[in-house]
Design a binder for this molecule. Structure first.
Ligand SMILES: NC(=O)c1ccc[n+]([C@@H]2O[C@H](COP(=O)([O-])OP(=O)(O)OC[C@H]3O[C@@H](n4cnc5c(N)ncnc54)[C@H](O)[C@@H]3O)[C@@H](O)[C@H]2O)c1
Length: 332
């Protein structure tokens, strides 16, 4: 593989963390992002490096890659629109379908490997844990609940990528990420519960808990998610595979809030504000996934990676980062 990689969504959370790793490993990277959710701050330190080129474009446009004239060894497709918690199901469906198609067309032209981001959300309402890529069904809820638009769009992307591989012969790998967090994450619900809870605790606000907070997740530190992406890029055995990338430590949302409070060292009481599901997006049905844990035996075997950063260590590093990037700005 030539060391020229194209990352879509490079200014977002995972894209910018992957960029850091690839710059360390001496790759040349072309990064594309329309900055709809990503931030230039995330990639600023690499802008003067000749091994990195940033293109601000929308990947759903046909000419998005017109300026990409060098040979690519691999494309990592991370740009997407995530769960439409507060509407915007149309963006989720259109960006994730059209964007993935333009990316796969680019991979076809370059005849190069393509690693694509999928999500644990595709397992949907399946109650049987842990979720296995080989044995677990994808159980999607009602079409009247817009949150499933995300899982459906990612399942469509998985099928589209595998169909392109069959039709044109270039290798694809699909990665189902389980809730990743860490430095450079989006500081709103877009980044999941960790940034919202950390912000509330650092600023002595109530912590918003959806439902009763007994739903569980297995949060995965950014460097572990990036290790999975890197292995998928570089290992030939990953071609044609659909793989879970995540930690296996399960934690309830309420315990996540408690743990962040404890690790932050902020004195005082934990203030939880429980928000019933029907108040999250009034008028629309909201369904949560009650438990989510990956079976990672396949990704361990094929990619040779396993999550190494425990939840306490990962949260400590993340709280430290969030303190640094948010508090001085407010004080200044
Ligand atoms: N972070 C997680 O925990 C997680 C979990 C499951 C799946 N995923 C998937 O991993 C990928 C990366 O997630 P993330 O957390 O880094 O998200 P993110 O929103 O931080 O990054 C996505 C980036 O894509 C860009 N983008 C969106 N639409 C675009 C478009 N039309 N053209 C160009 N750029 C566009 C955004 O500006 C953003 O910078 C996504 O595909 C997401 O669905 C992430």
């Amino acid at each position: 593989m030539t060391k020229q990689v194209l990352i879509t969504g490079v200014a977002g959370f995972l894209g910018s963390n992957l960029l850091d790793r690839l710059m360390d490993e001496k790759y040349s990277v072309i990064g594309i992002d329309n900055l709809s959710m990503g931030r230039m701050q995330n990639i600023a330190e690499h802008l003067s490096n000749p091994a990195f080129r940033f293109i601000q474009k929308d990947i759903t446009h046909e000419d998005a890659f017109a300026d990409v004239d060098t040979d690519l060894g691999c494309i990592v497709h991370l740009a997407a629109f995530k769960i439409p918690r507060y509407g915007k199901a149309l963006d989720t469906l259109q960006i994730n379908y059209r964007g993935t198609e333009t990316v796969l067309e680019l991979a076809r032209r370059h005849d190069c490997k393509c690693v694509l981001a999928s999500t644990s959300d595709v397992y949907g309402r399946n109650p049987d844990l842990p979720f296995s890529e080989e044995h677990s069904n994808c159980v999607i809820g009602s079409s009247k609940s817009p949150r499933w638009a995300y899982a459906v769009s990612k399942l469509f992307d998985e099928h589209l990528a595998l169909a392109y591989q069959d039709a044109y012969g270039f290798p694809v790998t699909l990665l189902r990420f389980f809730g990743s967090y860490g430095p450079k994450m989006h500081l709103s619900w877009w980044g999941g519960p960790p940034p919202v809870f950390i912000d509330a605790i650092l600023n002595d606000k109530e912590i918003p808990i959806h439902g009763d907070g007994m739903q569980t997740r297995s949060f995965t530190y950014a460097s572990d998610t990036v290790a999975g992406i890197y292995a998928a890029m570089t290992r030939a055995e990953a071609s044609g595979e659909v793989l879970n990338i995540g930690a296996t430590e399960e934690i309830t949302i309420v315990d996540l809030a408690r743990k962040i409070k404890e690790l932050s060292g902020v004195p005082g009481e934990l203030k939880l504000k429980f928000i019933p599901y029907d108040e999250i997006n009034p008028g629309k049905k909201y369904e949560d996934v009650m438990r989510r844990v990956p079976d990672t035996s396949l990704s361990q075997r094929i990619l040779g990676v396993t999550a190494e950063v425990g939840i306490e260590d990962g949260l400590l590093r993340t709280i430290e980062w969030q303190r640094r990037v948010t508090l001085p700005a407010r004080q200044g």
